[in-house]
Design a protein around this ligand. Structure first.
Ligand code: 5GP
Length: 191
């Protein structure tokens, strides 16, 4: 997605540890016009009428998923990072190792909001090593729902997540795939 790539080049900042900061337009301050175009692009890439729910993970995925959902006309449900490890039977749970915070979270989702009849599109801001996405996939599987695909705004293609997800046979669409980044240069994989 050309508009997104141009914005990453203009405003993205590379930090130590392979972290790209895009907090001026995507996941702290949010450029709604841009995210609206991102939502339209997800709809174009996932035209299936079967999708019944968009699933994401707090916090950064929520705003993006909500704007995208306006083009799918389905609810958004988000996995919560649990504060406690006391998990009761009314929730699906999974463990996610955070790439940016270097800690492991229990993530939970109420069983009320995902079940066997659901066809799920997963949306998140970044794909790095794939832990967040794999955690969400495991929740969808626990719910015996169907995964229609995963839409990612920025995939860091030099990390392993993309291969892991594609190897599972999941329809993965990343709107910008970074093939390399250093303090002074950033390149994208061609579409
Ligand atoms: P993964 O679980 O695929 O290793 O990492 C994905 C999650 O970590 C995303 O939900 C995102 O919040 C965060 N993340 C991973 N890499 C980056 C990055 O380079 N920049 C930012 N801002 N977040 C990242």
């Amino acid at each position: 997605m050309q508009l997104l790539k141009e914005r990453i080049l203009k405003d993205g900042v590379v930090k130590p540890g392979n972290v790209l900061k895009v907090d001026s337009f995507l996941n702290h301050q949010m450029d709604i016009d841009l995210i609206n175009e991102i939502g339209k692009e997800f709809r174009r890439r996932f035209p299936s009428e079967k999708i019944t729910k968009i699933l994401t993970i707090e916090a950064s995925g929520i705003g993006i998923a909500c704007i995208a959902a306006q083009y799918f006309h389905v609810p958004v449900v988000f996995a919560k990072k649990a504060q406690s490890i006391n998990i009761d039977g009314e929730v699906y749970h999974s463990k996610v190792e955070s790439f940016t915070h270097k800690r492991t979270y229990d993530v939970i989702l109420s069983k009320k909001f995902l079940g066997p009849d659901d066809h799920v599109l997963i949306i998140d801001d970044f794909l790095a090593n794939g832990c967040a996405l794999l955690g969400l996939i495991s929740i969808v599987k626990d719910a015996q729902a169907t995964i229609e695909g995963a839409g990612i705004v920025i995939e860091k293609g030099f990390q392993q997540g993309g291969d892991k997800i594609r190897d599972l046979g999941i329809h993965l669409e990343s709107l910008a795939i970074i093939s390399s980044m250093t303090d002074t240069s950033l390149t994208f994989k061609e579409d």
